[in-house]
Design a protein around this ligand. Sequence first.
Ligand code: FAD
Length: 476
Amino acid sequence: MGVAGSWLIPGFLSRCAPADPGPEVNYSGSVAIIGAGAAGLYVADILRSKGIKVTVYEAGNQIGGRVKSLRNQPAEAYPNSPLMSSDFPLELGADTYIGTDSTLGKIVQVYGLRTTEFPSSANHFVMDNTAKSAADWGSDPDFAAAMAFRQSLSSLAGSGQSVQQAVVAAGVGSRAHSLLNGMIGNAYGADNELAGAGGIGEEEALRTGDGKILVLTGNPLQELLISRFIGVQPSVKLNTPIASIDYSANPIVLTAGDGATYQADKVIVTVPVSVLKGGGINFSPALPSTHTGSLAKIGMGASFRAIVEFKRNFWGETTGFIFGSGNVPEFMSVGLSRSTFNATLQITVNGAKALAYSSLGESAINQILADLDVLYGGQGTQFVRRKFDPSTSTETDPIWVKEDWTTREYILGGYSYPLPGATNQDRKNIGQPINGKLFFAGEATDITGNAGMINGAMASAERCAEEVVKSILEPA
Ligand SMILES: Cc1cc2nc3c(=O)[nH]c(=O)nc-3n(C[C@H](O)[C@H](O)[C@H](O)COP(=O)(O)OP(=O)(O)OC[C@H]3O[C@@H](n4cnc5c(N)ncnc54)[C@H](O)[C@@H]3O)c2cc1C
């Protein structure tokens, strides 16, 4: 699958049926799945385990979609980067998951993988160009108002305001706006100006579980998906972007970018909502207005990830996330409790600021270091680890990698978020099956409050698999 195998978790762990009793669902037809991210792989796995014939069409050259681990990338893409051999897994896309008791949490437990928690007590928050822990901000009134606002997000369900309008309406002082942007808008794949308070509030109210924020201690997330879904991989056709789906026909006709055609009796679309909104797939007949109307209310915008290596940790050995710096809403001290050196910072920027980073290209590192310099008295530039040129015995460029999701073909952004006025019903609408032939999964169609996340993608796969099976057993 174009990925290194050395860290693979044994495949037998992903096959749990002790004896094969024959197909659970008798179906002579076939199901095509568009997209081999978490949702596509999981729905394929569920259907396959029921004896249904599946083929997964993936535009890219790897499985995983927005789960993309640095260690699983070809070395030539990151020549001479010491980050490729970091002593803990680095992630270019999804990095954390929420809940030991979530779908992903349970898979992690079955595999017996070690995890590291990022407790909220480890977070630092920026106001007045200073990063401090909650304990150190103490009773600062703006900080207290910001935390109270964050705590009561679920009470905003039903609001038609943007998050920023709700922040202002709640009277939170402007010193704390940037940190709330890091904790809310940016975390939800946007920024506080773009994201809808009502939709986010509704999702927070729906979410269940222990809410712990976890990372895998030693295993890249992409490798977990590869191992868990090893049984699906023979059914995946990589480098096969689907350009059009004619579901008026029987069987349905899929046309790939190179003009090749494929047939299926049912099709599951799991591509990012940005691809759907941008007309990346031509549907015939066009999608109904219930779908297009709700798609217009769900956003997916710019997203920029960078990982930077330092000579020493100057932000705090026990620090987890740092929220609210001017141009970097979220720093994450990704080596926390995982790395011997613990001197790596991960940057996640969504929304308008991500567009700015995207346009900076290779010089984005200067902006990141400048931000750190403001927060930590010049230590960003002073301590960034640089490549060493033995011919001149000098240090050269900073050691860092970036992933600009905004320009990544077939992804085109970060993850979905509700625009002001959107509700969970919009996510239900875009996931509605059409004529028992066309089905939808993927994080944006999650209705359990986990949209935008791997757990949401997986929950959507479970919902969608049930819908497909129902359409076979109880045809309309
Ligand atoms: C920077 C960043 C940070 C994130 N952080 C977290 C996090 O910490 N925790 C978390 O839970 N989630 C996080 N996420 C979100 C998480 O990665 C996604 O919600 C999840 O992986 C989405 O899975 P999916 O299957 O719905 O979509 P995807 O993974 O996007 O899979 C869809 C697949 O469809 C393919 N495709 C697109 N168009 C076509 C076409 N025409 N034909 C064929 N194939 C096509 C794509 O190549 C892709 O592989 C993050 C995402 C990003 C970008």
